[in-house]
Design a protein around this ligand. Structure first.
Ligand SMILES: Cc1cc2nc3c(=O)[nH]c(=O)nc-3n(C[C@H](O)[C@H](O)[C@H](O)COP(=O)(O)O)c2cc1C
Length: 206
């Protein structure tokens, strides 16, 4: 087989909650034996909007050295894990804008036959976590991807409670992801690597 399983963790985060989940996904994927690229998508909001929110401004500085995602990160990867805060029950425009640059890759089938998964955070418990994850997965179905979720494959999932993907309720950035949310994110990444590695082996053998 051609080396390690390659994982791209691609996320958007304004105030840092989803970033913490992205780091948990990266660390878990590395622990599962993968080569990982952690990438943020480009910020699109105007500077004055960012400066008007101390948490947003601080997080932007905190992650200034994180590399920005490029379409090549998707073609490179065997496994793609995307994360976004929930915005009115959908992914953030910044992540969607990145997704909308993938037409040429999609057209030549370069996004198909990979494993995909996702994670999200919301302000409130019923603020649309599943809706966001399902809207993200709709993109993956268009790409011909294989969506891997945490399901209820570990007893901890009965406590974290979201079989669709890892999620966290942040009370508008006030509550950082706890061990339960970070554990669900790690489980999501670990399963994506496990299935991604098996798929890669099978495709290589076939
Ligand atoms: C424009 C906007 C729309 C949002 N929409 C929702 C929503 O539909 N449901 C919800 O619970 N939280 C919503 N939120 C809150 C964020 O999803 C939440 O604070 C998230 O944890 C922030 O993640 P981040 O720190 O990674 O940016 C919204 C926030 C903004 C700024």
């Amino acid at each position: 087989m051609d080396g390690q399983t390659k994982v791209a963790v691609i996320y958007y985060s304004a105030t840092g909650i989803t970033y913490q989940m992205a780091r948990a996904a990266s660390e878990a994927a590395e622990k599962a034996g993968a080569e990982v690229r952690l990438r943020k998508v480009r910020e699109l909001a105007p500077d004055e909007a960012i400066r008007s929110n101390a948490g947003w401004q601080a997080h932007r500085l905190e992650t200034q050295d994180v590399m920005e995602a490029e379409p090549d990160d998707l073609s490179w990867a065997d496994v793609v894990i995307m994360g976004s805060p929930t915005r009115y029950g959908m992914v953030a425009a910044q992540l969607k804008q990145f997704i909308d640059t993938t037409g040429p890759l999609w057209a030549r089938g370069a996004l198909a036959n990979k494993v995909y998964s996702g994670f999200t955070s919301t302000a409130t418990a019923h603020g649309g976590q599943e809706a966001t994850l399902l809207s993200l997965y709709t993109v993956f179905y268009h790409w011909g991807g294989i969506v891997v979720t945490p399901g209820y494959t570990d007893p901890s999932q009965f406590a974290s409670g979201n079989p669709y993907g890892a999620s966290h309720t942040s009370n508008n950035g006030e509550v950082p992801p706890d061990q339960l949310a970070l554990g669900a994110t790690a489980l999501t990444a670990q399963r994506a690597v496990e299935i991604g590695t098996a798929l890669k082996r099978g495709l290589t053998a076939g």
